[in-house]
Design a protein around this ligand. Structure first.
Ligand SMILES: [Zn+2]
Length: 227
């Protein structure tokens, strides 16, 4: 069986599997058109770069909610496109930190403090960020989502002030530098287009928090007491 190949744009954080059938080829032409001048890379199944592809990447033809099918990507039916294909600088910065942290954990160079697992688990109980890019919003939805993101950032900030293990404390500090100050999270931004999607900065921060959520699961599992 031939190795599968995907083309990935690291600026827009999207990947498209290459597939020899008409709709997938149409999606490929659209990808070329949209990302020709972006940092695009071809990835084989065993490419080392797969390690930087995280849950924030949109994957065409995946079964994740909000990700487009080949047909949606090739055509104009993907409602989330105007938001999903904007740069996500906060998520990108956080992704770099989480990849490095994961490497340190995998290499066993992680110094756990007694409070780390409890703090990670407590943070996780209040984090759940996965609104797809195509979710239509109104004023109330934007206000509610902004409030949730602000509260999560604030809890991270408070947790970083607790007595934590050296590694976890440094990790939280790095993440807080990458996240915008709580007061700067937008309640609203001007929107264009026929349907109203989430403000781009809010969505970027939500995706970043989702990456942090994913990392915290790893931290809490790592410190789970042996049974
Ligand atoms: Zn791109």
């Amino acid at each position: 069986m031939p190795e599968s190949v995907s083309v990935v744009c690291h600026a827009c954080r999207i990947g498209l599997p290459l597939c020899d059938e008409p709709v997938a080829r149409a999606a490929w032409w659209r990808f070329l058109d949209e990302h020709a001048h972006h940092p695009v890379e071809m990835l084989w199944e065993h490419s080392a770069t797969w390690e930087v592809i995280d849950i924030d990447y949109i994957q065409v033809d995946s079964d994740i909610e909000g990700d487009p099918s080949f047909a949606e990507y090739a055509g104009d039916e993907w409602r989330g496109r105007p938001l999903a294909l904007l740069p996500r600088p906060v998520a990108g910065a956080v992704a770099g930190i989480t990849v490095r942290a994961q490497d340190v954990m995998d290499a066993g160079r992680w110094q756990a403090g007694p409070a780390d697992a409890a703090v990670a688990e407590r943070l996780l109980r209040t984090m759940d960020f996965a609104p797809p890019s195509d979710a239509v919003v109104d004023d109330a939805a934007v206000a509610a989502r902004s409030a949730v993101a602000r509260a999560a950032s604030e809890r991270l900030r408070r947790a970083a002030a607790e007595p934590l293990g050296e590694s976890f404390g440094a990790l939280l500090s790095d993440l807080l530098v990458a996240l915008p100050p709580v007061a700067d999270l937008p309640l609203d931004e001007p929107h264009t287009g026929s349907v109203r999607l989430a403000p781009p900065r809010l969505w970027d921060v939500e995706r970043a928090l989702r990456l942090i959520q994913h990392l915290l699961v790893g931290v809490s599992l790592r410190h789970a007491p042996a049974s």
